[in-house]
Design a binder for this molecule. Structure first.
Ligand code: SF4
Ligand code: SF4
Length: 307
């Protein structure tokens, strides 16, 4: 099914472990079940695990290079211009000496490389991480992975989004639905993905921590002026469902649906078989299956997929 403008849905959450990836994978699978072409992007680059929930493998590994300046000591006049203009203070300059790079502060902006009057700065590319693309269960999956001990995760998310922008530009009808699965938190990786999406769905759980982190991520979504509806996962936890949903409604937080504790969901999670996949064999009358079906129907109405 193509020919419609792709809808981009960001699945996010202020806190880890709320079930973001579980929701992202099952929502992607439900669109696929109905014949839509779905691209799922795993932007949780420090802990990408969508492929595990799809029982697949990471394939087509591609390196993401990262610019680092390297100063040629023979060419450097020790003028200090590079250090004076580096807003990240990543170059330490002491009068008449060759600047010293503090690589963990460098954003890779290339400003020093461009402005050095002696052309004494060379490009010294390092590996920031990797991108993968694969087909699993009828979905196209892009995954970003940050190299261990690297801090610049936004560089991997930017590389994922560059890929996505190229697809939208060159093959605008290739996908009907694009699902973005973010990292937990409200930092710049998450912001980049929310910014790219038409709508955002924070996943939360009925606890005090869940509510606090939900508020943080909603502040970010509101700042970015994006439409947002919440999924409450594990809603039957300790019997707080109704109270929690009431509290959200009192605060004018729109709810897309809630997912109760369910043995089939736990089993599907452990097996790496999405509960909503047509061939998963789970009970269509189970509480988890019904909850996801309701969420999917509400989601389709909300995003007007065929417009
Ligand atoms: S701007 Fe170039 S010449 Fe001047 S200190 Fe930096 S590297 Fe050396
Ligand atoms: S690349 Fe940018 S951040 Fe890194 S040292 Fe040069 S000016 Fe500073």
């Amino acid at each position: 099914m193509t020919g419609i403008k792709p809808k981009t849905i960001c699945i996010t959450g202020g806190k880890g472990g709320t079930g973001k990836t579980l929701c992202a994978v099952n929502i992607a699978v439900m669109f696929k079940n109905e014949g839509y072409n779905v691209l799922l992007i795993d932007g949780d680059v420090e802990n990408p695990n969508t492929y595990l929930l799809l029982n697949g493998e990471l394939e087509n590994k591609r390196e993401v290079p990262f610019f680092m300046p390297k100063i040629d000591e023979d060419k450097c006049s020790r003028c200090g211009i590079c250090a004076q203009n580096c807003t990240n203070h990543a170059l330490l300059y002491i009068d008449d000496s060759i600047p010293i790079l503090m690589s963990s502060l460098c954003s890779g902006c290339k400003l020093c490389y461009k402005i050095c009057p002696e052309k004494a700065i060379e490009a010294d590319f390092k590996t920031l991480g990797w991108l993968y693309s694969t087909e699993i269960l009828g979905l196209t999956l892009f995954v970003g992975e940050l190299k261990p001990a690297e801090a610049r995760s936004a560089g991997i998310v930017e590389a994922l989004l560059e890929n996505l922008e190229n697809i939208i530009k060159n093959e605008p009808n290739k996908f009907d639905v694009i699902i973005l699965d973010t990292a937990p938190g409200a930092h710049c990786d998450v912001e980049l993905l929310i910014e790219m999406a038409d709508v955002s769905i924070p996943i939360t759980e009925p606890t005090r921590f869940g509510k606090l982190d939900l508020k943080r991520i909603m502040e970010l979504i509101n700042l970015l002026e994006k439409d947002c509806k919440v999924i409450v996962n594990r809603s039957s936890l300790l019997g707080f469902r109704d109270q929690f949903l009431d509290e959200l409604q009192e605060e004018n937080i729109e709810i897309l649906g809630d997912i109760p504790m369910d043995a089939d969901i736990v089993d599907s999670y452990c097996q790496g078989t999405p509960i909503m996949d047509n061939n998963s064999g789970y009970d269509n009358n189970g509480a988890g299956f019904i909850a996801f079906t309701n969420i999917y129907e509400n989601l389709k109405k909300w995003i007007n997929l065929n417009e």
